[in-house]
Design a protein around this ligand. Structure first.
Ligand SMILES: Nc1ncnc2c1ncn2[C@@H]1O[C@H](COP(=O)(O)OP(=O)(O)OP(=O)(O)O)[C@@H](O)[C@H]1O
Ligand SMILES: [Mg+2]
Length: 665
């Protein structure tokens, strides 16, 4: 702190300060200069808006105005005549340096800033700028230094505020650049006419262009030709009218492909409302558009499908010949399809709003009620039949399928009236057929028995006649008679066996399963027919393979087959003349590991028109024939798993071929 007096001087003394100073600093000539004490100067000192002081070369205050004392808070009177070091020692060194420099150089020192020096620091934030000028005497020598201090606190504050706001602006600018360059959208600014003068980094990254290329209308080249004119037109309109701009269009990327952008621009206005620039963005919405498109397509497809399905169902509802009905849980009809009218004749309006009770056959009421209750409890109807009356009063049998869903019952009824009638008819026919079949079987069986016992019976009669002849001899030849009785007995057994085997054939009971030697069977059977064959003048040739697989089966039945075929062959040859009557019986292993037996005759042959019919029962071309032989033969062979076929002989006659598997049954 300056070593100044603490006592306050009364204000009345301030204007007399110059006198006091003169007294105190009498030794310095300038202090007594009338120039310094001119009333005009005093007036300037008192009224000047700046701080003023005059310092002697030894740094004493010769003059000082009130304004300058605001810096240190010490009165004018306490300055006058006192040295700077005495008054404000904290700045003394600096002041002394400045004064000394001016005294030495004669040059002013400008713009020295001083802060408030008050002891209580109340003006510490105030700033003055001081200018120091040499004051020369009449002889040009420097007589002192004139100090001018201007309070620049406000200016400083304003400057600081400007600096701060400029700093804030710079920061905000930096932040904007950072944001603009790092945002995912393209951004740009344009002057009020719409000419672009800035794009963000994303724009260049996407488009692969440079600032130079983008100058003015450079952006045109990124637009798709199909959209450019529309975009320009709309944008120009917005920029001219100052209305926000929005548009969607494709922009070409650096890879040459186009992507869709939603683009917007907002006018930035000054306080007067004038547009000073435009700020625009382009947001890539390609994926969004694609997703929307996909969704739209999906919706369209779904809509179509729903529409198609609805149409299809309606179609089914309308064209169905089945009776379709939707009812509530009590069975009250809510909707019926046209098949109701087509089937029963009732108009749809008569059916809706009621249950089916008025249409039902009285015998079906209770069952139907129970079925509806079952449906209402959540069960399904798989099979249910009831009778519905038509407009003519006839009842139709309807067969139902139904299912509940929520508070509705869905049912489908099919008119099965005709089906039921047909079923009844079929049952009747089946019964009739069964009777016919039984009768036919009886006839066939008796015919078969008659056929099969005809031959043994004939033999018995022939043997009996022979026996009688032996008895009539004188003396009777009892040995021969005994022999014929043996034959008769054997033929009787054969007849009995034939009856058994026919019965077995018709009852389809299991065939007796024994190994049969085919060659032996052939020899034995030909021997049995020997009488007939020789009577007819037939020569028999046997060509039997030495080693044959044995077949399994009913020996008696297989013998019947061979015997019938031999008999037929004999019959066929009896009618022929002019050629030898030969029966050739051949046995050999068959291709299927079994035995093939063929009987070839030189008879009349088979008329090709009858080729297949000869195996039918009761088909015969003979006046005394029954037409049962071949039918029985085929049944027997097939029952043994084999086959019987006929063909024309070469050059004439017929060939009958029996094939039996090696191990049948
Ligand atoms: N070897 C054959 N040559 C020519 N025709 C034959 C021969 N075998 C059968 N047929 C024809 O087949 C028909 C049917 O023969 P099938 O043995 O079934 O009856 P059928 O001999 O006429 O009478 P039967 O019941 O007495 O045997 C015969 O009427 C005959 O026309
Ligand atoms: Mg026959």
């Amino acid at each position: 702190m300056p070593t100044r007096r603490k006592t306050k001087r009364p204000a009345s003394r301030r204007h007399g300060a110059s006198r006091t100073a003169t007294k105190r600093a009498g030794k310095h000539a300038l202090l007594h200069s009338p120039l310094l004490h001119a009333p005009e100067l005093q007036l300037i000192y008192d009224t000047a808006p700046v701080g003023l002081a005059f310092l002697t070369p030894d740094c004493r205050y010769s003059q000082i105005n009130q304004r300058l004392t605001e810096i240190c808070g010490i009165s004018v009177a306490d300055h006058i005549g006192c040295s700077v070091r005495e008054t404000v020692p904290q700045v003394a060194e600096a002041v002394e340096g400045i004064v000394a420099k001016i005294m030495r150089t004669g040059e002013p020192v400008m713009g020295i800033e001083v802060r408030g020096q008050k002891a209580d620091k109340s003006n510490a934030d105030h700033v003055w700028t001081t200018n120091w000028h040499p004051l020369r005497g009449a002889d040009g020598s420097i007589v002192g230094v004139n100090v001018v201090a201007e309070d620049i606190t406000e200016r400083k504050r304003a400057e600081a505020a400007i600096n701060a706001s400029q700093q804030a602006l710079r920061e905000s600018e930096t932040r904007f650049r950072e944001l603009a360059d790092n945002m995912n959208q393209c951004a740009w600014t344009a002057d009020p006419s719409g000419a672009r003068y800035w794009y963000n980094k994303r724009w260049y990254d996407y488009s692969g262009t440079t600032f130079e290329e983008m100058q003015g209308l450079g952006w045109h080249k990124l637009h798709h030709p199909d959209h450019l004119q529309r975009v320009i037109h709309h944008q120009r309109h917005c920029f001219q009218t100052g209305t926000p701009w929005e548009d969607t269009f494709p922009l070409r990327g650096r890879d040459g492909t186009y992507r869709w952008f939603l683009s917007r621009a907002q006018p930035i206005r000054d306080e007067a409302g004038e547009v000073i620039r435009w700020f625009g963005t382009n947001t890539d919405i390609t994926e969004q558009l694609e997703a929307e498109k996909a969704l739209r397509e999906l919706n369209d497809t779904l809509e179509h499908r729903v529409a198609d399905e609805t149409r299809a169902r309606l179609q089914i509802w309308n064209v169905s010949q089945d009776l379709l009905v939707i009812s509530d849980l009590k069975g009250v009809y809510l909707s019926v399809n046209p098949a109701w009218t087509a089937t029963l004749g009732w108009p749809m309006a008569d059916l809706v709003g009621k249950t089916s009770s008025w249409l039902l056959h009285p015998d079906d009421w209770e069952r139907t009620k129970a079925e509806v209750a079952r449906l209402a409890s959540g069960q399904k109807t798989i099979f249910f039949e009831s009778r519905f009356r038509d407009t003519e009063g006839n009842y139709h049998w309807l067969s139902w399928k139904a299912a509940p869903d929520g508070d509705r019952l869905y049912a489908m009824g099919r008119d099965v009236t005709e089906l039921k009638t047909a079923e009844a008819k079929l049952r009747e026919t089946q019964q009739e057929l069964a009777q016919v079949a039984r009768r036919t079987t009886m006839v066939a069986m008796s015919a078969a028995i008659a056929h099969e016992i005809k031959q043994p019976l004939g033999a018995i009669v022939a043997h009996a006649n022979a026996g009688l002849r032996w008895l009539n001899r004188t003396p009777p030849d009892l040995d021969e008679v005994r022999e014929t009785f043996k034959y008769i007995a054997a033929d009787g057994h054969r007849a009995s066996e034939a009856i058994q085997s026919v019965r077995a054939l018709f009852s389809r009971s299991d065939q007796a399963n024994a190994a049969v030697d085919a060659n032996e069977l052939i020899r034995e059977t030909v021997a049995l027919a020997y009488g007939d064959l020789s009577t007819a003048g037939v020569e028999t040739q046997l060509e039997l393979a030495p080693r044959l697989p044995s077949v399994h089966g009913h020996r008696g039945q297989l013998q019947q087959v061979i015997l019938n075929l031999v008999t037929n062959a004999t019959d066929a040859m009896r009618a022929t003349t002019g050629r030898a009557r030969v029966l050739r019986v051949v046995s050999k292993p068959s291709d299927i590991d079994g035995v093939a037996i063929s009987l070839e005759d030189t008879g009349i042959g088979i008329d090709p028109r009858n080729a297949e019919r000869i195996f039918d029962a009761f088909f015969t071309t003979k006046s005394s024939g029954m037409g049962m032989g071949l039918a029985i033969c085929r049944s027997i062979i097939e029952a043994h798993g084999g086959s019987l076929s006929a063909s024309r002989g070469v050059p004439n006659g017929s060939v009958f071929r029996v094939v039996l598997p090696a191990a049948s049954l």
